[in-house]
Write a protein that binds this ligand. Structure first.
Ligand code: ZN
Length: 146
């Protein structure tokens, strides 16, 4: 993923959405939920950079120390022990945010459990518009039987 695209895709809104998603998915895992919440907090206060795959983030406890983190690995003590850590939770959040930012902005409605995007509503609106009106049908029938 190109850096400029990532920078555009990762913003306050997509991170908030990713956070909501992550909290729902981590509801069953106390450790991951803690990691996600710490990530949300620490990404606000620690220095970091993200290229779409790898997060380079400052340690929250040893300022000036930086970790290079991926979704799978983190060199912090928890990460080395294979335990959930906020750094990995942070990468996941940013990856998800980037992914969400890549998706075309969609506006639509949900009706009876089915989501209709503005594009599909537009198409059905056009289909309706191309259908003849009752007046036109009446005129056609009048013409036929004139
Ligand atoms: Zn870590």
């Amino acid at each position: 993923m190109a850096n400029a695209t990532v920078a555009q895709a990762v913003n306050r809104q997509t991170v908030a959405l990713a956070l909501r998603d992550a909290r729902a998915k981590c509801a069953a895992s106390h450790r991951w939920l803690n990691a996600v919440n710490r990530a949300a907090l620490n990404l606000e206060s620690c220095r970091w950079s993200f290229d779409g795959d790898t997060l380079r983030v400052e340690s929250a406890t040893n300022s000036g120390d930086f970790y290079t983190v991926t979704v799978e690995t983190c060199p912090c003590s928890a990460g080395k022990a294979g335990k959930p850590c906020w750094h990995r939770a942070g990468v996941r959040l940013l990856c998800k945010a980037a992914e969400m930012g890549q998706e075309a902005p969609s506006i639509g409605v949900t009706y009876k459990g089915v989501y209709y995007s503005a594009a599909s509503l537009d198409a059905s609106e056009q289909a309706r518009a191309s259908r003849p009106t009752m007046e036109e049908l009446q005129a056609a029938a009048d013409e036929l039987f004139a």
